[in-house]
Design a protein around this ligand. Structure first.
Ligand code: NAP
Length: 298
């Protein structure tokens, strides 16, 4: 689908995207590139990064892949430094790297729980922490009064509770908290906007392939308010909005992009039943108010 945004809204910007080599992260890389940004992508698998960077470059996008693990502080520091050497600066950091799998709590070891927290929550914080010196106002490539932007990719699982995803729910709850705290502190001190995006189930992603087999994915249409899974494009458009000047007054928000799915629940009573019921209630209340008038007249 064509982007509704002008092609130059990120002209001159450099975006660093963890998990940018696949799925939602790759779509954000592509759309940021198509809207004028140079793109640094980070992940652990060299061949995935190379293929992704080549695909981006084939569209005329300035792109390069940097190999590293967000769980390691020294990797974070090294890849950010390499990206700055390569592109001259970093304006936008997108934290998309995450781990996920289904497991019931009784089968999930504390170590497995910790691994997901390490990638999603600690990894997000580590990247923010190491990127601060490039993102803050007055730094390389930024005016004395302007800073950069951080976008943390979250989820909606923890708004209620999600079966078999206690680890991811906890990890993303921490990510949202980091988003708000940094928005307060780094917004105030360094002119950095910090926002998040909470995608619903997005079709054609490694995440969905791992978590929900195709038959299960089709079932979403039965209870999703917009009657379909989201597209990677939907998340990339939200990222573009937040990264562009259109989002300049947005700070500390996690934008939910899920078609309203997290609000959905089974209809416990049909509309026809509601109509019938309300007619009965109305009749009863009319009768009792007549009663009140009669009594007061006495
Ligand atoms: N797909 C959905 O429906 C959905 C729904 C809600 C939220 N989300 C969120 O959206 C984001 C992308 O999801 P996706 O489904 O598109 O999955 P994905 O492509 O598998 O995203 C994970 C990416 O992160 C990288 N990564 C994982 N661990 C890493 C580490 N320790 N260090 C550096 N990079 C690491 C992976 O590359 P390597 O393995 O090569 O490192 C991969 O490129 C995630 O934050 C996810 O939680 C997705």
């Amino acid at each position: 689908m064509e982007s509704p945004f002008k092609a130059d809204i990120l002209k001159g910007k450099v975006a660093f995207i963890t998990g940018g080599g696949s799925g939602i992260g790759f779509e954000i890389s592509t759309q940021f590139g198509r809207h004028g940004a140079a793109v640094a992508i980070m992940g652990r698998r060299r061949h995935v990064l190379d293929a992704a960077a080549a695909a981006l470059r084939s569209e005329g996008i300035r792109a390069f892949g940097f190999e590293g693990d967000v769980r390691k502080k020294e990797d974070a520091a090294r890849v950010l430094e390499e990206a700055v050497k390569h592109f001259g600066k970093i304006d936008i950091l997108v934290n998309g790297a995450a781990g996920n799998f289904l497991a019931s709590p009784e089968d999930l070891s504390p170590n497995a729980f910790r691994t997901v927290i390490d990638i999603d929550s600690v990894g997000t914080y580590t990247m923010c922490h190491e990127a601060l010196k490039y993102l803050k106002k007055g730094e390389q490539g930024k005016g004395p009064a302007t800073g950069g932007l951080i976008l943390n990719i979250s989820a909606t699982l923890h708004y209620t509770a999600a079966w078999y995803q206690i680890h991811v729910s906890a990890a993303k709850a921490a990510v949202d908290s980091v988003t708000r705290s940094l928005a307060l502190e780094w917004g105030t001190d360094y002119d950095i906007r910090v926002n998040g995006i909470a995608p619903g189930p997005i079709e054609d992603t490694p995440g969905m392939r791992k978590l929900a087999p195709e038959e299960m994915q089709n079932k979403y249409s039965e209870f999703g308010p917009l009657y379909k899974l989201g597209e990677k494009w939907d998340i990339a458009m939200a990222a573009l909005y937040l990264a562009s000047d259109a989002g300049k007054y947005v700070n500390g928000t996690t934008l939910i992009v899920d078609g309203g799915l997290w609000l959905s629940r089974p209809r416990h009573i049909s509309k026809e039943e509601v109509k019938k019921l309300s007619r009965v209630v109305e009749k009863k209340s009319r009768k009792s108010s007549v009663g009140v008038v009669t009594t007061s007249k006495l």
